[in-house]
Design a protein. Structure first.
Lengths: 380, 445, 342
């Protein structure tokens, strides 16, 4: 049973994570993010980033091609819907396995090099996947339009079970529970909690320790006669499986897979998520993913009308001034805010957002302790 | 310090219980809507989903301007624009069905995933009852599919691929813009008049579905006229430098170059083809010709003087002299200080057409609004008499064949209309492009 | 034969562009060790130096002609460029040569941008992990892009080459073939020669000047050079400025080939990293060699004869070659041992 236990702190972490995920619709509502699609994106990209962090945060291998596994997961899941059944379970299992399989092949080749050479190799593989998916592999990927479901798909398992979706386009469902909207979010949320739990286990295991050792000094490990490659490859495959799973979940809540999911910008996004939140920390990547998705979906939606309403309480000339100034940073200017945020965070918080939280909690703890000390001093 | 230990089984059990507890109030309380996002108050929310970042950001900004203008006009503000020339007089200038129009905006980033995420936000969070906009076929098709699933109407923005109302058509989706089939049918005869029927064409085609669609249509119609197709070469999207694809054209013996590119690809490939002297070249004793089947005036400005004399087609152009176009250009120009693009025009029309259909239907329910658009015949929106065909939700109207202007008078004046191809000439049977509309979806209550 | 000769020319021209783009990056990234994701943005800023100069030169005197109306009913504006009204014919010539003329502006501007960037931001990141460098430079790239977008819009802005360089050069005649078979655009040759000149200049500077010697020593062993009492930091600042200048000039001269827009830097970012790494970290000759190699191979992969055997090869050739080279040669073509291998 020892392997299934967690330390007290990790238990609190997991419980907190569970609580935030399951209470997401309520917690996120005041931020304007309490709607299914964005909540789904939070947890799915959270899984993607947590998996990426197992490779990058622990071993220090910076992959610039993880979006390829995300895309492969999505394509696999949609094909599973088309050929087998609309049930999401086979879809995500297959997506995870195929993500892992591709990661094993690509990882085996790329891990022959280290440092920047490794990064460029992964980038090259991902870009080749993207370019081919967009053009030559169109029969499999449906190219630019993206792979979609059609009424006439065979769905052999559904057909065998006698399920007929009639004239409407089917959507995925888990034994009758539809996988869009909030049920879809909870499905992804539960999967993400399992993934988070597994990530904690990996971080705390001897395997995790070995991965950290690779990061701190691979040469020394090699000199001791230890072959680090199998460990690094295992980490690569695990993170590839996380990416495949995330890609599969994207298709579960929204059965469409497009090639752009594999582009280098998508690979770069998960790198940014991880670094922004704090590489090597458990919670950081999830927070980073949330922040970036929040900006993309909420900040881009502020238009002049909304700003006018927001500054309604001000006298008219000031209102117009405020609207003009803020509109540079929201709506079509959301990229600018995101870029500035990256800079500010990395300049002032070298360890990412988690560093900020740790400092903040240390500060609070300090104040509390100080007060307590003060109180006990007075009491004495 | 004692370690508390729990097993996986306990953990899952707790999770499930907590999950169910939270899920219950959200999921199982039925929403009191007769259809997705039925407007209950004094307002109705429309979703304007346009590219605000990426290569088509300027086109998206122009679309947004048009939507703002349309919302004003529907609400009875401003000078009314094309509502004054529109043949249907159902809209009274008091919003739609007595409800004032408000709107939400989002960024498609010209990526299918981002466009769907943005549209989902509008539907799930902001309560939009209709989604419109976009500047590429992949986002149009992706968002159209989403709107079908969600049970709202989708009024496509700029999307030119046949698939939008062909292979991938959906009952809840409608397109005002034309497609590659119509471009081919309209361009063919004009090209024959300009260049004769004994020509050899070399195609450079953006390697994705729209490019193939465009290439197929042009090939089909020019070959009917007696042209030969020397070669069709696929180029990667966003190649930037096309020189390695252009040099083979020089020695091929072909005398027409067809650039099935749009946006930045078009600007770059055209600029570079002219650099390689193709516009001034003589082959087989004939003047070499370049054709750009789909023109965008906004983008053509990026190619500068290289567009001079180059033929193409477009959905609408601000220099048209019918009453509808004039009213729209006046209204738009006075508000923003420059003329609208074809993207702005099609988006404005789509917003007006949707509002009018809802008004005539007396509801926003997709399964009632849709049929009000099906077979709807109208005029006064700048393209002459137009019909929303019932069988594929595609508008049929005259197509403009244009040419890069030799002596532009301003930076907006880059194209001149060569011919207005009548609608009858560009019509095709709906079955030709395949696909299935399926039934309307009002969304699950 | 003609076709192959043309593709070789093409590859040289493309390779010159790749080499020049990679050269600036290999200075900051391969030698100073900064993972500079803002390199593409510097390339873009250089291109917009040309745009700005042209915009300044074509600033127009606007008078409203009330007797004529635009299509939307406002008085027609009559525009006359100031340079033409002030300088007459010379103004017209200046406008025609706006791209080469803007080099004079771009050199100090890009140097300044580079120096400010290094002093204000990058120097705090030499010792930070690569991950932090990526995040901060990527953020900077986005910010620079958005500023340019705010000022110039998102659409490409045409920058024609001077009239004399718009024509074609007949190569076939030079090698004794029939006229008109192997012709190539003049501006592309100008770009090729320009890239060769800049590359040669940078090499000469680092190879033959005392400054260059110190810089090279500093790159090899920064601490020891510092212990000798030489201010390495100041020299690195200037080197960064030079890198920014090279990137900017690469972008500037490219504008007649590719109408610049705010996003162009991102499109070249990945490519420039691939070229630098294939060339080998820390090696300037490697980056140049890799640039030409990839340019020529890409041109050949795009030939119809090749594509008919291997469909889609032109889409992936660069990456495929990168994979092959990095697997065969662990540090790229000419990489130095121990640079960015961890």
């Amino acid at each position: 049973m020892r392997t299934l236990t967690l330390s007290r702190n990790d238990l609190i972490l997991l419980a907190g994570y569970t609580l935030v995920v399951l209470g997401g619709p309520i917690i996120m509502a005041p931020l304007g993010a309490g709607y299914p699609d964005l909540l789904q994106k939070f947890v799915i990209f959270g899984i993607f980033a947590v998996g990426f962090n197992i490779l990058f945060g622990l071993t220090g291998y910076l992959s610039f091609g993880h979006a390829a596994f995300l895309g492969i997961g999505s394509y696999t899941a949609v094909w599973s819907f088309k050929l087998l059944t609309m049930n999401p379970l086979p879809a995500i299992v297959l997506a995870t396995l195929l993500g892992g399989l591709f990661a094993a092949v690509i990882g085996y080749i790329c891990l022959r090099r280290t440092g920047i050479y490794f990064s460029i190799l992964t980038l090259a593989f991902a870009q080749m996947s993207y370019n081919l998916a967009y053009s030559v592999l169109t029969p499999i990927t449906n190219g630019e339009t993206g792979l979609q479901l059609v009424q006439s798909d065979p769905r052999i398992l559904d057909a065998a079970a006698g399920r007929d979706y009639g004239a409407v386009l089917p959507s995925s469902d888990l034994f009758g529970i539809p996988m869009n909207g909030y049920p879809g979010f909870y499905f992804c949320g539960v999967v993400s909690i399992v993934c988070f739990y597994l990530a904690i286990r990996i971080f705390r295991s001897p395997f995790g320790l070995m991965l950290r050792a690779i990061k701190s000094n691979q040469n020394r490990l090699n000199y001791t006669g230890l072959n680090t490659q199998p460990y690094a490859l295992a980490a690569f495959v695990v993170s590839g499986m996380y990416a495949g799973l995330a890609g599969g979940l994207l298709a579960v809540v929204d059965p469409l897979a497009g090639a752009e999911r594999m582009q280098w910008t998508a690979s770069g996004e998960v790198v940014l998520m991880t670094i922004l939140g704090g590489a090597g920390t458990l919670l950081g990547p999830v927070i980073g993913a949330g922040v970036i998705k929040y900006f993309e979906n909420i900040f881009s939606a502020f238009n002049e009308g909304i700003l006018m309403a927001a500054f309604d309480f001000l006298p008219e000339p000031i209102q117009h001034l405020m609207v003009n100034v803020t509109s540079l940073f929201v709506g079509e200017g959301w990229h600018l805010t995101l870029g500035a945020l990256f800079m500010v965070i990395v300049i002032f918080l070298p360890g990412g957002l988690m560093e900020g939280f740790n400092r903040l909690s240390a500060l609070v703890a300090g104040i509390v302790r100080g007060r307590r000390d003060g109180a006990s001093a007075r009491g004495a | 310090m004692s370690k508390r230990k729990i097993g996986r089984r306990d953990m899952l059990k707790t999770t499930a219980v907590v999950g169910a507890g939270f899920a219950a109030p959200m999921v199982f309380v039925p929403r009191a809507y007769a259809y997705t996002n039925e407007p209950k108050g004094a307002t109705v929310t429309l979703g304007f989903n346009v590219p605000q970042t990426g290569a088509y950001a300027d086109e998206g900004a122009d679309e947004l301007r048009a939507y703002e203008l349309a919302a004003e006009h529907i609400n009875g503000e401003g000078d009314g624009g094309m509502l004054n020339t529109f043949s249907s007089k159902a809209l009274k200038g008091n919003g739609i069905n007595g409800k004032q129009v408000i709107y939400v905006t989002g960024d498609t980033q010209t990526k299918a995933d981002a466009a769907r995420a943005s549209a989902k936000r509008m539907i799930e969070k902001d309560g939009a009852v209709m989604i419109t906009g976009g500047s590429s076929s992949s986002t149009a098709i992706a968002v159209q599919g989403l709107c079908q699933e969600a049970g709202v109407i989708f009024m496509a923005g700029l999307t030119h691929s046949n698939d939008t109302t062909g292979k991938d058509k959906r009952a809840n989706g409608f397109r005002h813009f034309f497609n590659t089939e119509m471009s081919g049918a309209a361009l063919g005869p004009v090209l024959k008049n300009a260049f004769g029927s004994d020509r050899v064409a070399y195609h450079l085609t953006a390697d994705y579905t729209w490019g193939w669609s465009q290439e197929g249509s042009i090939k089909k119609y020019t070959e009917q006229l007696g042209w030969q197709t020397y070669e069709t070469v696929r180029t990667p999207l966003g190649a930037g430098d096309f020189s390695q694809y252009i040099t083979p054209v020089l020695t091929s013996g072909a005398d027409v170059l067809v650039l099935n590119h749009y946006g930045r690809d078009m600007v770059n490939s055209l600029t570079q083809a002219v650099q390689f002297g193709l516009r001034d070249k003589q082959v087989n004793g004939k003047d070499f010709a370049i054709v750009v089947p789909l023109y965008s005036r906004l983008m053509a400005q990026g190619a500068g003087e290289n567009v001079k004399g180059i033929f193409g087609s477009t959905n609408w152009h601000w220099s048209l002299q019918d009453e509808g176009s004039k009213a729209f250009v006046r209204s738009f120009g006075q508000k923003y200080g420059f003329p609208p693009s074809q993207a702005a025009h099609t988006c404005y029309c789509q917003a007006i057409l949707y509002a009018d259909a809802c008004e005539r239907a007396g509801t926003f329910r997709p399964s009632v609004v849709g049929p009000a658009l099906e077979g709807f015949k109208f005029d006064g929106l700048g393209n002459g008499p137009t019909e929303y065909r019932a069988s594929d939700h595609q508008c049929f109207k005259d197509v403009l064949v244009v040419k890069g202007k030799e002596a532009p008078t301003s930076k907006f004046d880059v194209l001149e209309v060569v011919e207005v191809t009548p609608r009858a000439q560009v019509e095709y049977p709906a079955e030709m492009l395949g696909g299935e509309l399926g039934p309307y979806n009002d969304g699950t209550a | 034969m003609d076709a192959i000769l043309l593709q070789i020319l093409n590859g040289l021209d493309k390779g010159g562009a790749y080499a020049l783009i990679a050269l600036g990056l290999t200075i900051t990234f391969g030698t100073l060790g900064v993972v500079n994701f803002a390199h593409g943005a510097l390339f873009m800023l250089g291109a917009f130096c040309a745009v700005s100069v042209k915009a300044l030169l074509s600033l127009e005197q606007v008078t409203e002609d009330a007797t004529q109306l635009t299509a939307w009913g406002t008085p027609l504006e009559v525009r006359v460029p100031y340079v033409e009204s002030w300088f007459g014919d010379f103004g017209t010539v200046l406008l025609d040569y706006s791209v080469p003329v803007s080099i004079l502006v771009a050199i100090p501007v890009m140097l300044l941008i580079g120096v400010v960037m290094e002093r204000g931001l990058i120097r705090f990141f030499y010792k930070r992990p690569h991950a932090d460098q990526i995040l901060v430079t990527f953020g900077l790239a986005i910010v620079l892009q958005e500023i340019v977008k705010g000022a110039f819009g998102a659409n490409p802005i045409p920058q024609p080459a001077p009239d004399v360089a718009k024509g074609m050069i007949d190569f076939g005649v030079a090698v004794g073939m029939d006229a008109g078979n192997v012709v190539y655009p003049m501006w592309r040759l100008v770009y090729f020669l320009f890239s060769v000149a800049v590359i040669a200049g940078v090499f000469a500077f680092l190879q033959f000047t005392t400054f260059g010697m110190v810089v090279r020593a500093g790159m090899a062993d920064r601490e020891t050079v510092g212990l000798l009492g030489i201010d390495v930091d100041r020299r690195f600042t200037i080197v960064f400025g030079i890198a920014a200048m090279v990137a900017g000039l690469a972008g500037l001269m490219y504008t007649p080939i590719l109408s610049p827009d705010y996003h162009m830097g991102m499109d070249f970012l990945v490519l420039s990293f691939v070229v630098v790494v294939v060339g080998g970290m820390g090696s300037l000759p490697g980056a140049v060699a890799a640039g030409f190699l990839l340019g020529i191979l890409q041109s050949f992969a795009s030939m119809n004869e090749v594509k008919s055997i291997l469909p889609g090869i032109d889409q992936i050739i660069i990456y495929l070659i990168a994979v092959i080279i990095l697997l065969v040669r662990p540090r790229g073509l000419m990489g130095r041992k121990g640079v960015m291998e961890h």
